[in-house]
Design a protein around this ligand. Structure first.
Ligand code: UD2
Ligand code: MN
Length: 343
C-alpha cells in the first residue's frame, strides 16, 4: 500500500508543481496590481466561526470565574508506550474514564480550556481499532486540557467506503452542535504516541500525523497529507471542504492537501519528534476497494475543487447516538448514482 500511496504523492506533486508555476505567475501579476481589498467569498453560514462565545448565562446564574488553563498543560508526559490488552472492552474503557460526559465530551473543571476541538473519525467495521483509539485518545486530550468532543461518522450500508464524504458530513453535524474552533480529522487506526502533539489548530491547515511507524516515523513523500489533519472551520470552508467522489481507497487525502495550496494556504506540521503515531496493523478492508479512478480525480482537482465539496450536501443522517465515549452519527452517503439509487 505504501507504493500506491507514493503514486498519489507523485501525482499530487506533479499537479502542484504545474499549479505553483501558474499560481506564482498569478501571484506576481497580483503583486504588481493595485492592492485590492481581499474579499474571500465565504458564506458566514452557521459554522464559519474563528472563535466561540460561551453559552449565554441563564437568568440569575452567577458567572463562575475559573482561571484560564496554562498555555502549556502541566499534565503532559511526552512519549507514550502503547499496549493492547486483549481483555479490554468498551465497558472497561468507559469505567476507566468516568469524567467523559455522554457523547464523548470533556472539558477541564479546574481551569477554563483555551481550545475547543472536535475530533471527527470516519468509520465502518473498525470497532477493535476504535476501542483502542478511545482508550488512548481520551486521556491524551485531557492531559492537553482541551474542551473536546469525539464524533464517529459511521457509513451505513455496504457500498464502497467514502472517507472524505463522511468527513464532510462530520463537519456539518459537529458544527451544528457547537461552534468548534478546531476540527481534527482522524483515522481510526492511528494512535498518537506523544502528548506534546497539540490537538489545536494553527494559522493554516495542519498535517498532524507526520511520523507514522508504518513509514519509519517520517514522511513517505513531501506532499503527504494523510492520517490526521486539522482545519479551523474557516480554513475548511476556504478549500470548499473535501471531495465527495472518491469511492474506495486512495488519493482523497492528496486531493485535500492540494486544495490547501489551491486556496493559497500552506501546510503546517508539528516536529517529527512529537508528530508520532502507531498505526494498528490491518489488512485492506473488503468494503474499501482501491479506487481505480483516484489518479484521474486527483489530476482534475484544480478544476474540481470549487465545484465539489462542502457546497454539496451528499449525505443524510440515519441516527445520532450520544454514547459514553463518543457521539455516533450513522449516515447514508449513497452511491455515485445518488443517495437513493434505484435497486
Ligand atoms: C491511508 C491514509 C488515509 C486514507 C487512505 C486512502 C495514512 C496514515 N492514512 O490510510 O488517511 O487517505 O490511505 O484512502 O496514510 N475506514 C473505516 N472502515 C473501512 C475503511 C476505512 O473505518 O472499511 C476509515 C478508518 O478511519 C481508516 C481510514 O478510513 O483509518 C483510512 O482507511 P485505511 O486505514 O484502510 O487506509 P490506510 O491505512 O492505507
Ligand atoms: Mn490505516
Amino acid at each position: 500500500m505504501v507504493k500506491s500511496k507514493v503514486v498519489c504523492g507523485f501525482l499530487g506533486l506533479f499537479v502542484y508543481m504545474v499549479l505553483s508555476e501558474l499560481l506564482f505567475l498569478d501571484y506576481l501579476q497580483k503583486m504588481f496590481q493595485s492592492p485590492k481589498k481581499k474579499n474571500i467569498e465565504i458564506s458566514r453560514r452557521n459554522y464559519m466561526y474563528e472563535s466561540y462565545t460561551d453559552a449565554p448565562l441563564t437568568k440569575g446564574q452567577k458567572k463562575e470565574v475559573i482561571p484560564l488553563c496554562p498555555i502549556t498543560s502541566p499534565l503532559l508526559r511526552g512519549p507514550i508506550n502503547l499496549t493492547f490488552p486483549s481483555e479490554l472492552t468498551f465497558a472497561k474503557v468507559e469505567q476507566k474514564y468516568p469524567q467523559v460526559e455522554l457523547g464523548g465530551r470533556y472539558r477541564p473543571h479546574d481551569c477554563q480550556a483555551r481550545h475547543r476541538t472536535a475530533i471527527i473519525i470516519p468509520h465502518r467495521d473498525r470497532e477493535l481499532h476504535l476501542k483502542f483509539l478511545l482508550y488512548y485518545l481520551h486521556p491524551f486530550l485531557q492531559r492537553q486540557q482541551l474542551d473536546y468532543s469525539i464524533y464517529v461518522i459511521h457509513q451505513a450500508g455496504n457500498y464502497t467506503f467514502n472517507k472524505a464524504r463522511l468527513m464532510n458530513a462530520g463537519v456539518r453535524e459537529a458544527m451544528q452542535e457547537r461552534e468548534w474552533e478546531c476540527l481534527f480529522f482522524h483515522d481510526v487506526d492511528l494512535i498518537p504516541i506523544d502528548d506534546r502533539n497539540n490537538y489545536v489548530c494553527g494559522s493554516n491547515p495542519t498535517h498532524v500525523a507526520i511520523a507514522i511507524n508504518k513509514f519509519g516515523y517520517k514522511l513517505p513523500y513531501d506532499a503527504y497529507f494523510g492520517g490526521v489533519t486539522a482545519f479551523t472551520p474557516l480554513q475548511y470552508s476556504k478549500i470548499n471542504g473535501f471531495p465527495n467522489n472518491y469511492w474506495g481507497w486512495g488519493c482523497e487525502d492528496d486531493d485535500i492537501g492540494l486544495r490547501v495550496y489551491l486556496a493559497k494556504m500552506r501546510v503546517l506540521r508539528p516536529s517529527l519528534e512529537v508528530g508520532r503515531y502507531n498505526m494498528i496493523r490491518h489488512r485492506h478492508d473488503k468494503g474499501n476497494t482501491v479506487n481505480r479512478l483516484r489518479s484521474k480525480y486527483l489530476v482534475k482537482a484544480p478544476e474540481n475543487w470549487k465545484r465539489d465539496g462542502l457546497n454539496k450536501d451528499m449525505y443524510e443522517v440515519i441516527s445520532r447516538e450520544r454514547l459514553p465515549l463518543y457521539t455516533n452519527i450513522t449516515v447514508n452517503v449513497g452511491t455515485p448514482a445518488g443517495l437513493h439509487p434505484p435497486p
